[in-house]
Design a protein around this ligand. Structure first.
Ligand SMILES: [Zn+2]
Length: 188
């Protein structure tokens, strides 16, 4: 079911671009009226059919609060998915352990649907509610192999994108390069 209206512009309709996993990536290109200014991105994530009680576990673990908190714990700016997952696992090890028990982890066994899929999907659902901010990009550091990765930010603190070392850089784009590591750090 593609096609959604921007959270901040009732008259802006986004058709969405279907991703490999069935998620639709949406954006509104208007530069006024979004948190932090600039384009607003969000995801429409399908409910995984093979997982029963999905809503129940997310509610039980209070992910609507805990995941934005895990993003906020990383600080201001944009964070790639792998860092958000690690932050959540450190902040709420018991919650993360439950997800890994239920779905496994790609680091343990290669599977189509893992605890990471669940956590990323839940972040995607939160982006649909504008609880966290999302934009597509590429991985850095140990996630450099991943050329199609999600980046996350808390909405209230939305600032310039930063990489995993906290350096500012321009918003990563799909298929972009990584020539920015040598940039000097610029303080806000
Ligand atoms: Zn908009």
């Amino acid at each position: 079911m593609p096609g959604l209206v921007c959270h901040f512009h009732a008259d802006e309709w986004s058709p969405g671009v279907r991703q490999q996993d069935g998620t639709y990536a949406h954006s509104c290109d208007r530069t006024e009226g979004h948190p932090g200014g600039g384009t607003w991105h969000w995801l429409k994530v399908p409910q995984p059919k093979e997982v029963a009680g999905l809503t129940g576990l997310a509610e039980e673990l209070n992910l609507e609060v805990e995941l934005p908190a895990a993003v906020a714990a990383l600080g201001e700016g944009w964070w790639e998915y792998g860092l958000v997952e690690r932050s959540y696992a450190e902040c709420r090890p018991e919650g993360w352990a439950r997800m890994v028990r239920q779905w496994g982890h790609t680091a343990i066994t290669p599977k189509q649907y893992t605890a990471s899929s669940y956590l990323a999907g839940t972040l995607g659902r939160l982006s649909r509610l504008a609880v966290v901010a999302y934009h597509p990009g590429v991985g850095t550091g140990r996630w450099l192999y991943n050329t199609d990765i999600s980046w996350w930010s808390t909405v209230a603190r939305r600032l310039e994108p930063k990489d995993s070392l906290g350096r500012r850089h321009r918003r990563p784009t799909r298929g972009g390069t990584h020539g920015r590591r040598g940039l000097p750090r610029v303080r806000a």
